[in-house]
Design a protein. Structure first.
Lengths: 263, 330
């Protein structure tokens, strides 16, 4: 059932493959710019390891941006809610929450695979301060794949909350402006997580946003895996469950009061 | 009994508007607007029901309640033995819905993809699917449209596909909310024939809302008329037609235009027509064919030389319904 949603959503997005692939240079330039700015601010500390870590962090963030960014919008879904076509969605024998979840995951996945992840092949060979230099071990790689997949799920369920809020606000832009900014800032996408003050980091560790963004990137930068890295995965799981429960309850209560307007 | 609708009412909360936009912003007062008032009816399996009424009468609201999209404020709605609000997933597998003003097809993809997606969503077994698919596409004659993206289809072509998509899972009830909206005459006939055939073949119950009385005439015997939220008529469509059968509309073409007012006045004095209008060189008169008045009127007009040509008609179906609506004051 849900496989159908996945396949046909991918097929639909594939119609716009040129626009998807043309994002590749965009992401590359974005990575360069962010790194240049950070390097300019951090000239003094460039000598030590932090500079290298920052570069890695930015590149991984750029390459996996469609997985972690709040700004990946499914405008079709927004229209479905706004125009009342939700009536049709509602008449399909599927759970709305999971159907929408699949829709959003497939969009993020496809966008990532086509328009940013291929950059990984290129950025290894860039000149020194800009190159991605990772020390990878097998365990680290596996843990990263688990963490980034969970981050994808976590971000999707978080963004589902934004879509559900459209029932109240009638526009995804408004909801996203508020929620997206909070999510990206607190998740360490605007300023790299390691540059936050220590006290703030403690607070942010308690919020879900870090686990959707900064946490998987930091994993790759760590020299050795520790218990703390594993606890991150558990936190991700806990947050995913909490947010799914909130989302489902909220959607359910909205559906009960839904008024599909117009003839 | 397929559909049981008893004492359904629906109220909408509408925010009170004030002229002052500033006050409007802080206004939290709502007034309730009654969309349906105590509507009850029953529909048997295999019937085709025409559900009609003027704009804003509550037709779509009824369809939405029947399909479980809206919750009625009070009353009991029982479709195929279940409340459509409860156990939604099981319920929607048994009904098919077409909203004439919305689309259920994947806009960017060929029609065939939407059809296959429905197969996956509804978990239709391959065998049922292929027989259904073959039968429906042949009946609707859309074979050559299947590989065209939906965005390239014309409205009529798209509507035919929408209807097919809603029937793939063998629903027991088909809800059609203005399926012929904006279709040309030929597409309308194709849709009529299709609905009729599918109703006979599968004894599927069809609920049809429409503004096009030709739809009703071609498809249904029983109509339910709703106006201002209340049910006003439930019965044979023929009964309404019979009611106005006696009214004849006569169009007189006058050769000498200068005489037109005197002739009109004479007619008004001698006979008691229901309705007289003058447009350019034509007089349109309505007379009841009950007493001898009508015969005398015919004799009278055949005598007058100024009348070049005349036509006698019964009211057409649209006029009948318009009359009936105004008679019901809706």
């Amino acid at each position: 059932m849900y496989r159908g949603v996945f396949i046909y959503r991918i097929k639909q997005l594939w119609q716009y493959k040129i626009s998807l692939t043309s994002s590749l240079p965009l992401y590359l330039i974005r990575g360069f710019l962010t790194i240049s700015i950070l390097l300019a601010f951090n000239t003094l500390s460039l000598q030590n390891n932090q500079g290298k870590e920052l570069v890695n962090y930015i590149w991984i963030q750029t390459c996996f941006a469609p997985f972690v960014s709040a700004w990946i919008i499914d405008s079709d879904l927004n229209n479905i809610i706004k125009t009342g076509n939700i009536a049709y969605e509602y008449l399909k024998p599927i759970d709305l929450y999971w159907a929408w979840f699949i829709r959003l995951v497939s969009q993020r996945l496809l966008t990532g695979i086509i328009s940013s992840i291929p950059l990984l092949l290129l950025i290894n060979f860039l000149p020194v301060p800009y190159a991605l230099k990772l020390q990878l071990s097998q365990e680290k790689l596996i843990l990263f794949i688990v963490a980034i997949s969970l981050a994808l799920i976590l971000n999707t369920v978080l963004s589902l909350l934004v879509y559900i809020s459209v029932f109240h606000t009638f526009s995804i832009t408004g909801s996203l402006l508020i929620f997206g900014s909070i999510m990206e800032f607190l998740g360490g996408l605007v300023i790299p997580f390691s540059l936050f003050p220590e006290n703030m980091k403690k607070v942010l560790n308690l919020l879900p946003f870090k686990y959707g963004a900064a946490y998987p990137f930091q994993l790759l930068n760590e020299n050795e895996l520790s218990m703390a890295s594993l606890i991150g995965v558990i936190s991700q799981l806990i947050w995913i469950i909490i947010i799914i429960v909130i989302g489902k309850i909220w959607l359910e209560s909205n559906i009960k009061h839904i008024v599909v307007q117009g003839g | 009994m397929d559909i049981l609708f008893s004492n359904i009412s629906k109220e909408y909360q509408v925010k009170k508007r004030q002229d002052n936009p500033f006050l409007n912003f802080f206004n939290r007062e709502y007034e309730s607007k009654q969309a349906l008032k105590n509507v009850s009816f029953q529909i048997k399996k295999g019937e085709i029901i025409g559900y009609i009424g003027p704009n804003g009468a509550g037709k779509s609201t009824t369809i939405k309640i029947m399909t479980g999209i809206l919750k009625p404020s009070s009353g009991k709605c029982c479709i195929l033995g279940v409340d459509p609000m409860e156990n939604r997933i099981k319920f929607v597998k048994k009904v098919g819905v077409v909203f004439g003003n919305r689309s259920n097809l994947l806009w960017d993809l060929p029609v065939i993809d939407s059809i296959h997606m429905m197969q996956k969503l509804y978990d239709i077994p391959q065998e049922t699917f292929s027989t259904n698919f073959k039968e429906l596409t042949e009946m609707m004659d859309i074979k050559n449209l299947l590989h065209m993206p939906v965005r390239l289809l014309s409205l009529g072509q798209r509507m035919r596909c929408e209807i097919i998509v809603s029937l793939l899972h063998n629903p027991e009830i088909l809800f059609l909310d203005e399926p012929t909206l904006g279709l040309d005459a030929r597409s309308k006939i194709a849709v009529h024939q299709f609905i009729k055939k599918i109703n006979e073949k599968r004894s599927i119950t069809v609920i049809l809302t429409t503004h096009d009385m030709n739809d009703i005439e071609a498809l249904t015997n029983r109509v339910i008329i709703i106006g201002k939220g209340s049910k006003l008529f439930d019965g044979q469509f023929k009964a309404i037609k019979d009611k106005y059968k006696k009214i004849k509309k006569i169009q007189l073409e006058i050769n000498q235009v200068e005489q037109i007012t005197s002739i009109t006045n004479q007619i008004k004095q001698q006979f008691s027509p229901d309705y007289v209008t003058v447009i350019a060189n034509e007089i349109v008169i309505e007379i009841r064919d009950e007493t001898h008045e009508f015969e005398e009127f015919i004799k009278y007009i055949s005598k007058i030389k100024a009348i070049g040509n005349y036509q006698i008609q019964s009211l057409n179906i649209e006029e009948i319904i318009a009359r009936y609506y105004s008679e019901l004051d809706i």
